[in-house]
Design a protein around this ligand. Structure first.
Ligand code: FES
Length: 81
């Protein structure tokens, strides 16, 4: 996950990065265990790792630098690996 953040410019100042990386790992764990989120359409099925699912699950972390596009790309890369 850390390498994916670097590859996708998922940080600028780095202040939020430790929390973002920890949450991203938590997102992977939630998806692997089939836990629904607030944006999951069918809570009885395994959630698809869509951009909306990733954004919702990462939504508690603020990035004052606005590196959200890179963060999303990094999480998406690891989810799809
Ligand atoms: S990288 Fe600066 S606050 Fe997120």
């Amino acid at each position: 996950m850390q390498q994916a953040f670097l590859r996708h410019d998922g940080l600028q100042c780095g202040y939020c990065t430790p929390g973002q990386v920890c949450s991203a790992v938590g997102v992977l764990d939630e998806l692997r265990h089939g836990q629904p989120s607030h944006v999951t359409d069918d809570v009885a099925a395994d959630p698809e790792p869509t951009d909306d699912e990733i954004r919702e699950r990462m939504s508690g972390n603020l990035c004052r630098c606005g590196a959200y596009a890179g963060i999303l790309a990094a999480v998406r890369e690891v989810v799809e690996a």
